[in-house]
Design a protein around this ligand. Sequence first.
Ligand code: DC
Length: 228
Amino acid sequence: MNENIIAIDGPAGSGKSSVAREIAQRSTYQYFDSGAYYRAVTLYFMKRHEELGGKGKFYDFLNHYEFLNKLNSIQLSATLQKKSENLIFLGQEDVTIEIRHPEVTGNIKYLAPYREVRDFINANLIELARVNRLIMDGRDIGTEVFPDAKFKFFLTADAKIRARRRWDELKEQGIDTDYEKLLEEIQKRDESDQNRKIAPLKQAEDAFLIDTSNLSKNVVINMILSRI
Ligand code: DC
């Protein structure tokens, strides 16, 4: 049993990142969002596409570029911080902000299903965990990356409530979006996260399930803290 990992899995907008962030503040664990590495790997190839002229659809470029053979040239790293956002790097370049761009979010689905991509990212996540005690959120942290984690939670919530939370979050960052569009995006993402053949989003058998639809953030945090 690995006591140095708290795994928090669940769909987009289930509240896992804000809950995990705050638990990190109140404990000796450092927060890490595994989605950041999926975003960084996607951004890496988007940059190569751009450098090579940016012609055609990103999806077509990927196949043509034989991206799976290039994974090992990606240098992923992170600086974990308690008081502010973790910094994510591609080589020496700080991509913390860029990886959150909606275009990156939309392109992850072309890479995330590949076993090679997941193995590459998992190796990087395991490396981070070698030197840090982590509360990590994602889709497959308790099932695939750290099946031996002592503490596993699966957070879920109604899709409409998750879309509303995303809308509020973006609003707070000064970004105005269309709620219906967000809901549709969330439903599409659920669909691709749950139905991919490799490492789909699903609750680990030994994970504790929390439906956060009608729970405040504080209640969820306390439920988790009381178990760890
Ligand atoms: O958590 P996030 O929204 O930043 O994640 C972005 C995408 O990355 C998500 O739609 C699916 C993928 N992802 C994944 O496949 N496995 C993880 N452990 C984390 C993220």
